[in-house]
Write a protein that binds this ligand. Structure first.
Ligand SMILES: Nc1ncnc2c1ncn2[C@@H]1O[C@H](COP(=O)(O)OP(=O)(O)OP(=O)(O)O)[C@@H](O)[C@H]1O
Length: 290
């Protein structure tokens, strides 16, 4: 499969601080690729080098099979993490302003429908909710009908409903065959949307692959979770996270039997499939948020 992005040994230094430390990865055409990691991991620095906004200190970036160069960015759309919108302009006025800048923009109706803007077209930019604002910024990123779209933490700060609504827009963009690079610190978001991910921590990629393959490689079976207040100790291998004992097991029945034999209360017990959040904890020894 053709790669829309190939990155080799990409590094960014800010003085003595190395924000991105020699990372390599590629993004296949038509995929949604997720760059994941906690605050300060180096996601924005990485995506801004891919977008041509920041110059790398070292390393190579290829876009659409060619060394990155200015003309290739015509095929790219960017939703930055922070963008100022013009006060007093309505949504439709803002979209039309950007639409007029391009020779071959996406048809206006298609853009409005794709980003679910129909109901807010006459709203002033200052009155938009977080989710509405992100939908407008997404429309501005798509206005040139890009083959490759960069979305930098597009759902940070949105409520769960708005996040899920935004996910369906990302799925619709992907269904049109556009490739997507998404940064997020929400592991559930990556698990739902991404074909491939790279988990970053402290400027490096600590794991990469499809979410399913990564979880299959690092976990067996399920995780049995018991609240900490149920007991002072549990025999056998376990970890402590999120205020509970977590026991990774291939034999859920036997594990629960063993807890009963140890006279440990099962009150509040959960059995769950491991998530990318669990993987991050396993790989780094610390939870993703705090
Ligand atoms: N202009 C800069 N000068 C100095 N250090 C910087 C600069 N920009 C980023 N950094 C540092 O580089 C590291 C990576 O930052 P970056 O913003 O890429 O992380 P991130 O994963 O995107 O985090 P967030 O989720 O908070 O956006 C951080 O330690 C940050 O403080």
């Amino acid at each position: 499969m053709t790669n829309v992005i190939s990155v080799e040994n990409l590094t960014k230094n800010y003085g003595s601080k190395t924000a991105v430390n020699g990372i390599s990865f590629s993004v296949a055409q038509g995929d949604c690729f997720g760059l994941l990691g906690p605050n300060g991991a180096g996601k924005t620095t990485t995506i801004e080098m891919l977008e041509g906004v920041l110059n790398p200190s070292q390393g190579k970036i290829s876009l659409f099979g060619e060394p990155a160069n200015k003309s290739l960015y015509k095929r790219v759309g960017i939703q930055f993490q922070n963008t100022a919108l013009q006060d007093y302009l309505t949504v439709i006025e803002t979209v039309k302003l950007f639409h007029a800048l391009y020779e071959q923009p996406m048809p206006l109706d298609e853009l409005i429908q794709l980003c679910a803007l129909e109901d807010i077209l006459q709203q002033d930019a200052r009155t938009l909710s977080g989710g509405q604002r992100q939908r407008l910024l997404l429309a501005l990123a798509l206005v040139n009908s890009p083959d490759l779209v960069f979305l930098d933490e597009p759902t940070t700060g949105l409520d769960p409903q708005a996040r899920r609504n935004f996910w369906s827009l990302i799925e619709a963009i992907k269904a049109q065959g556009r490739s997507i690079v998404l940064t997020t610190h929400y592991m559930d978001e990556a698990q739902v949307l991404c074909d491939d991910i790279a988990i970053m921590d402290q400027g490096q990629i600590i794991a990469s692959g499809s979410p399913e393959a990564l979880l299959a490689d690092h976990f067996n079976g399920a995780v049995v979770c018991i609240p900490l207040e149920n007991t002072n100790d549990i025999s056998g291998a376990h970890s402590i996270a999120n205020g509970r004992y977590e026991i990774e097991t291939e034999q859920v029945d036997e594990t629960i039997q063993s807890l009963i034999q140890q006279n440990i209360s099962l009150e509040g017990m959960q059995v769950k499939r491991p998530t990318l959040e669990d993987l991050f904890l396993k790989l780094t020894g610390h939870a993703l948020r705090g």
